[in-house]
Write a protein that binds this ligand. Structure first.
Ligand code: PLP
Length: 401
């Protein structure tokens, strides 16, 4: 008899489980809009040309080896990642007030940041927006923080509940940690305007809340790396402290390489270096040191002006394709006379559209049209193509009429 006999079967991850169900469907017209990964117009995963070229160079360079890299990762990668999110002329970087450690993509960066705060920060409560990426509460709970929520999305307008957000953060205990999606909020695609960000910043600073930015989509929202970093830079500019988790999964298509970074902006260089020394104590017993390959690719691209330019062009093309899918889907619903206001499809930002379809309508679309998405009605625009838009529009039309 197994010592694990008492185990019950755990449910599939609500997001990854969509793909499991999709894979089991034998229909030739099936469509997976659940996965948060970019697909080409042909529905294929994409490896960026700039990544292929750099990988070739890395393979041909016989001076490279596979030794362990430091606990905090590659120095070049860390320095250049901070520059990418904070800007080349960031005062925090110039003052050496930033510590950056290479982590296992966005998730690992959030987890290391969470464990560091649980261990060393006086307020162990983190506020998450409702809704948020499904993994956030689990990551921060297991890191040792207690999770609370603040209002974010207004179903009635399919936009931002700005008043609710200000009220909830306004009544959070002083010092609380606040998780903010830097851009392209997942799952809603709803972002504050820059004016609203400025009001959020003033509230957060006046209440001495600690901002923790999750930047999983820099460059993917608007097509511009700088534009998508504006909210983070607004907070850095006031001289206050904050954390940022960066991921290169989406903007460089390095999903499976697990490459990302955690940066902590501090008040002084001395504090930053003590913070880094403690981050090492979080990381060492967790996974010892991060993987070398993905970070080497990123560092090579960030270091070289030509490679960097080539990247921005490919990144913009991905963002533009997603934006054009929004327009095509919106137009297709208009031309079918589908009841309801669908303008949120073109207003929302980033990889996802929060359609407003309910769980029942989603399961109808899966059963009748073989279209797969999360039960909250979130669809990945990156999984759509001009060829599949009519099918999705037919399915939505049938689901709401
Ligand atoms: N944060 C948000 C909001 C995300 O949407 C994702 C990915 O879907 C992540 C973090 C983490 O992704 P990764 O760990 O692959 O970088």
């Amino acid at each position: 008899d197994s010592v694990f006999n008492h185990l019950v079967r755990a449910p599939e991850d609500p997001i990854l489980g969509v793909t499991v169900a999709y894979n089991k469907d034998p229909s030739p017209v099936k469509l997976n809009l659940g996965v948060g990964a970019y697909r080409t117009e042909e529905g294929k995963p994409l490896v960026l040309n700039v990544v292929r070229r750099v990988e070739q160079q890395l393979i041909n360079d016989v001076s490279r080896n596979k030794e362990y890299i430091p606990i905090v990762g590659l120095a070049d990668f860390n320095k250049l990642s901070a520059k990418l999110i904070f800007g080349a002329d960031s005062p925090a970087i110039q003052d050496n007030r930033v510590t950056t450690v290479q982590c296992l993509s966005g998730t690992g960066s959030l987890r290391v940041g969470g464990e560091f705060l649980a261990k060393h920060y006086h307020q162990r409560t983190i506020y998450l927006p409702t809704p948020t990426w499904g993994n956030h509460p689990k990551v921060f709970n297991l890191a040792g923080l207690s999770v609370k929520t603040y209002r974010y999305y207004a179903p009635a307008t399919r936009g931002l509940d700005f008043q609710g957000l200000l009220e909830d953060l306004g009544s959070a205990p002083s010092g609380s940690i606040v998780l903010l999606h830097a851009c392209a909020h997942n799952p809603t695609g709803v972002d504050p305007t820059l004016e609203q960000w400025e009001q959020i910043r003033q509230l957060i600073r006046s209440k001495a809340l600690l901002p923790f930015f999750d930047s999983a989509y820099q460059g993917f929202a608007s097509g511009s790396l700088d534009a998508d970093a504006q909210p983070v830079r607004l907070f850095v500019a006031d001289g206050g402290e904050l954390l940022v988790a960066q991921s290169y999964a989406k903007n460089l298509g390095l999903y499976g390489e697990r490459v990302g970074a955690l940066s902590i902006v501090c008040k002084s260089a001395d504090v930053a270096s003590r913070v880094e020394s403690q981050l090492k104590l979080v990381i060492r017993p967790m996974y010892s040191s991060p993987p070398i390959h993905g970070a080497s690719i990123v560092a090579a691209i960030l270091k070289d002006r030509n490679l960097f330019n080539d990247w921005t062009i490919e990144l913009k093309a991905m963002a533009d394709r997603i934006i054009s899918m929004r327009q095509e889907l919106f137009d297709a619903l208009c031309s079918r006379g589908t009841p309801g206001d669908w303008s949120h499809i073109i207003k929302q930002i980033g990889m996802f559209t929060f359609t407003g379809l309910n769980a029942e309508q989603v399961s109808f679309m899966t059963k009748e049209f073989h279209i797969y998405m999360t039960s909250d009605g979130r669809i990945s625009m990156a999984g759509l193509s001009s060829k599949t838009v009519p099918l999705l529009a037919d399915a939505i039309h049938a689901a709401v009429t």
